[in-house]
Design a protein around this ligand. Structure first.
Ligand SMILES: C[S@@+](CC[C@H](N)C(=O)[O-])C[C@H]1O[C@@H](n2cnc3c(N)ncnc32)[C@H](O)[C@@H]1O
Length: 382
């Protein structure tokens, strides 16, 4: 760890260069003999990322790790959400990384342990937690070794596995993650009754349930309609029922909770567009509960493959967007008018639609291109 970057004159230089082009800066020579220009750029990059992702770290004395570790960290927003649903006495994060999750998730615990195989990274976390006034036991080990020797039990074990893939391809099977959860699940459940694991938003939920029999809860967490995490809870008290919670943070929308498997028995009603159109948020779409949404909210679906719903009376608690609409004919679309374009289950993509009708992007109005059971339709927000 390069503690020298904390020297006053070096921090001044870093803060003065927060907005310069980093590629050009990298070509320069470091003005300070004790730190390289790469180390300086690493700190600048860290502060830039922190502004958006974890502003609580924009403090004197904080050191930032290399970019990969910044990218792998959770955001303050999702970490804060997870912290609200966890509490107990003893917390352990077996894949600490830069410790963003651990910092928040351990808020409601008295005893905190962090395990991380990367010694430089863990030293940085230790430095930062000291600055932030937060106590923990820091263990620099491979978690498999730790688990083999460990005799303690924990109220919550948290893991956010890294991608094993060296060429940075996104991997979606549990076997391709480090650690391999399938291999260590029994061991984890022998020392805790609550194992919480963060996974990629692209992971398949049915696959997860097929390989991890102790799942009791799934949280699908989106921030501003962008699904960021799928978080699973394993427990020994598995009644066979899995609760799934769809969340869209930084939004007024309420969460939607259901029992996994409910979709299989749910039936959707269908209709041509009525006065209001509903577009579920992406955490609902990720859950794949297309019929259940129709059933639970008493909304009619437009088409089996268009996940749009409709009603004559406005529903105010829908987890997604609602538009009052009218059905229009393509001939009514005026050239050069301005619309936000939504295209789902329609042969043309928004870009192609814009070109075809000579439309400008943006503004307050929406044009929705989709299909009902009768065929292609265009809906205009009113
Ligand atoms: C995705 S990052 C964790 C990020 C963290 N949740 C945060 O919010 O900052 C995963 C971390 O797990 C560590 N890791 C992966 N496999 C490990 C293993 N077998 N033993 C210990 N640490 C491991 C990696 O070195 C990496 O730092």
């Amino acid at each position: 760890m390069v503690k020298e970057v904390l020297k006053e004159e070096i921090q001044k230089y870093i803060n003065a260069n927060l907005h310069v082009d980093l590629h050009s800066l990298l070509l320069k020579k470091s003005p300070f003999p004790e730190v390289s220009i790469q180390e300086i750029v690493q700190q600048i990059k860290g502060k830039q990322v922190a502004q958006k992702k974890f502003p609580f770290l924009l403090k004197e004395g904080i050191i930032f790790p290399p970019q990969l570790n910044l990218e792998q960290s959770s955001s303050e927003k999702t970490a804060l959400y997870k912290s609200e649903i966890l509490k107990g006495k003893k917390f352990i994060d077996l894949t600490s990384g830069f410790g963003i999750d651990a910092y928040y998730l351990s808020q409601n615990f008295e005893d905190v342990t962090l395990v991380e195989q990367n010694s430089e990274l863990l030293e940085i976390v230790e430095n930062n937690w000291h600055i932030l006034g937060k106590k923990a036991t820091f263990i620099n080990q491979k978690l498999e070794n730790f688990l083999n020797k460990n005799k303690e039990t924990f109220d919550v074990i948290y893991l956010d596995p890294a991608r094993r893939d060296q060429n940075k391809n996104k991997v979606f099977l549990l076997e391709d993650l480090s650690p391999n959860i399938i291999e260590i699940q029994k061991k984890l459940l022998s020392i805790s009754n609550k194992v919480v694991i963060k996974l990629s938003p692209l992971i398949d939920l049915k696959y997860l349930i097929s390989v991890l029999p102790n799942i009791v809860r799934i949280e699908i967490i989106a921030v501003k309609n962008d699904v960021k995490e799928v978080v699973i809870f394993l427990s020994n008290e598995n009644s066979g029922q899995i609760i799934c919670n769809c969340v869209n943070l930084e939004n007024e929308e309420s969460n939607f909770t259901f029992k996994f498997g409910e979709e299989e028995n749910a039936h959707a009603e269908y209709s041509e567009p009525e006065k209001f159109i509903y577009i579920p948020n992406n955490s609902i779409l990720k859950a794949g509960i297309f019929n259940l949404i129709s059933e639970k909210f008493k909304l009619k679906k437009l088409h089996p493959n268009s996940h749009f719903y409709t009603s004559n009376d406005k529903l105010y608690n829908f987890p997604g967007r609602v538009f009052e609409i009218e059905v229009i004919d393509a001939k009514q679309i005026k050239k050069k008018s301005q619309f936000n374009i939504i295209s789902k289950n329609y042969p043309l993509k928004p870009e192609e639609i814009k070109k075809k009708y000579g439309l400008k992007d943006g503004g307050k109005s929406y044009l929705i291109f989709t299909q009902s059971k009768k065929g292609k339709i265009i809906l205009k927000s009113v």
